[in-house]
Design a binder for this molecule. Sequence first.
Ligand code: NDP
Length: 315
Amino acid sequence: MEQNERVRCLIIGSGPAGYTAAIYASRANLAPVLYEGLQPGGQLTTTTDIENFPGYPDGISGFDMMEDLKKQASRFGTDIRRGIATAADFSKKPYRITIEGEKIIEADTVIISTGASAKYLGLPDEDKYAGMGVSACATCDGFFYRKKVVAVVGGGDTACEEAIYLSHLASKVYLIVRKNYLRASEIMQKRVKENHNIEILFETQAEGLFGSNGVEGVHLVKGLGSSHEERFNLPIDGFFLAIGHKPNTDIFKDFLKLDDNGYIITNPHTTETNIPGVFAAGDVADPIYRQAITAAASGCKAAIDAERYLTNQNL
Ligand code: NDP
């Protein structure tokens, strides 16, 4: 049987928080091991251009930025591995993290930067048509909808960004918004409203999908519960979800304090969780800002917190 491996600093997740933690932890000689997780490079690999990360006046693609961060972490010696953490035991030290249900890593410190995953509406049809017209990532799947009609659900920045991206490929994009306004930032709202290829359907919700060979349309309801409530079908070829994210904390929930939405609660001004030596960085602990730059910053903090913890514990 394979022996457990002991590490000083285990980083779980490979978004901007994980890689920044890795850069700092390697430079502090913590010999970090980083597991990339379900989505190597994290959510940014599925975004288009990042225009708001300081230092890139012309923007940079999410994929390129994550490749650069990975190279930078490697350069200082981070041991970057493919694999998903499938269980955690923080009941005693060293902490034990199971990788892919088999390998056990014993760690003096753990930095959790597992991010968040796209939410779905919860309609049975989303499963039925998975990979057949339903997607939560326009940049991954938009290519398949060239000159076709698509709908994007959501009214935040993600939905606007996805709608704009798809508007360059699809012949028509419907933005399905449940309220009578967009929650997105002013600049994104303006871009969507000025885009002739995008039509916003306010006060509208999806109730189901139909189609015999993949998605052929969506059942919609407008003004649900109001006097003008109206149901209608809209023919579409692709259905994109952009309604927010859920933090990836399921395997930690028996040990860590989480808020009502599952985000890890950290001690004020630090990345410390309720378990000494376990730190959280990035979107997994951030229901408020959720930006690449704030995730990277908290990854830096987590590595510094881990280094100080190890020093104080003489580890
Ligand atoms: P948000 O939480 O901001 O928006 C989610 C949207 O989905 C809202 O319009 C919400 O509606 C809608 N929604 C949620 N649940 C449902 C449902 N069950 N049915 C229908 N609609 C639903 O998430 P985002 O992912 O858009 O953004 C998250 C954060 O990331 C924000 O802080 C955002 O600013 C940031 N971001 C920044 C970008 C950038 O700067 N380039 C790009 C993308 C994201 P309602 O308003 O009614 O609640």
